[in-house]
Design a protein around this ligand. Structure first.
Ligand code: NAP
Length: 284
């Protein structure tokens, strides 16, 4: 890989990513991060580097994702300054990439498309979700009735940990194969489209489904003391207006890997970047 790297923007995991790459011998500078031990440079210097690592996601609403600074930077300022010779990496680039290619001739490689990164991220997400549950309830997770909605990467990682802590753990899924795995793991299995009549008994509900599954009907059935932690990416899986009008407790919890375990999250991003480069035949 090109030895001169800039890490631009993102959360605390990108600070750790810059340090990890520097520890591996790369010449790393940062921009748009709280420096925290890394070499911060002006934007034009960062954009001139041979390899640029953008955050996860790269942009929010047309602006570079810069949660750690007060700076605002439109993405349109960045792209015209880059050349196709630079190696560009970013997370969640599905919408961005076609436009970059067509308008600017740039290719951005998406490290978040790597299955190994999404699996690795499920661990800090599950731990962060449990941390939130502990902080926002007066009772232990042990003995609580917990429902995990969705049996994908995060659903499985979370259910396993809740079960280990002694929670009465139920998991919902829509595929019979997932329901069979849920049974095999010793958790209660529920069909996601048939939660009516069941959802009212849970103390903690963790949603991992990226679709509006917790609608007004289900929210109405919840115990007023229940806590919903919505882990699905924006726009999430909860009808927020209905939750507000019914006074249900809902915490939207995006970006947990970067908040709960930025170091581990950075290791996962670094490894995925190295896997991409290895598969491209670049020397790491
Ligand atoms: P995943 O492995 O794809 O799991 C998603 C689950 O939701 C699967 O069980 C899937 O069922 C189910 N599902 C999807 N659409 C559905 C629908 N319309 N109705 C019913 N079930 C549906 O995804 P993941 O890696 O666990 O991630 C889950 C969500 O969390 C994503 O939105 C992801 O972007 C987000 N995320 C959040 C954080 C955070 O910090 N909060 C961190 C990482 C990721 P099938 O298998 O049947 O499709």
């Amino acid at each position: 890989m090109e030895r001169r790297i800039a890490v631009l923007g993102g959360d605390r995991r990108q600070i750790w990513l810059a340090k990890l790459l520097a520890d591996d011998g790369y010449d790393v500078v940062t921009w748009g991060l709280d420096p925290g031990g890394t070499v911060s440079v002006p934007l034009h210097e960062a954009l001139a580097r041979e390899c640029l690592i953008f955050p996860l996601p790269v942009c929010r609403n047309g602006m570079l994702n810069l949660p750690l600074t007060d700076s605002l930077l439109s993405e349109e300022v960045i792209w015209p300054k880059l050349s196709p010779q630079q190696l560009l990496l970013g997370g969640m680039t599905a919408e961005l990439s076609p436009r970059l290619r067509e308008q600017y001739g740039l290719t951005m490689l998406d490290y978040y498309q790597r299955e190994e990164l999404q699996v690795a991220n499920a661990v800090p997400t599950a731990e962060g979700a449990i941390q939130l549950a502990m902080e926002h309830t007066e009772h232990t997770v042990h003995g609580s009735s917990c429902l995990v909605m969705g049996c994908g990467r995060i659903g499985k990682a979370l259910a396993q940990r809740l079960h280990g802590l002694g929670a009465k753990t139920a998991v919902s899924a829509r595929q019979y194969s997932d329901l069979a795995w849920i049974d095999a793991c010793g958790w209660e299995s529920l069909k996601t489209n048939a939660l009516q009549g069941h959802i009212g008994r849970f103390d903690l509900i963790f949603n991992t489904i990226p679709a509006c599954v917790l609608d007004a009907g289900l929210l109405r059935e919840l115990k007023p003391s229940s806590l919903v932690i919505d882990l699905a990416s924006a726009p999430g899986g909860v009808d927020a207006a209905a939750a507000r009008s019914l006074s249900r407790q809902v915490i939207a919890a995006p970006g947990l890997p970067g908040k709960a375990a930025p170091f581990s999250a950075a290791v996962a991003v670094r490894d995925s970047i190295y896997h991409i480069l290895e598969e491209r035949g670049d020397i790491v």
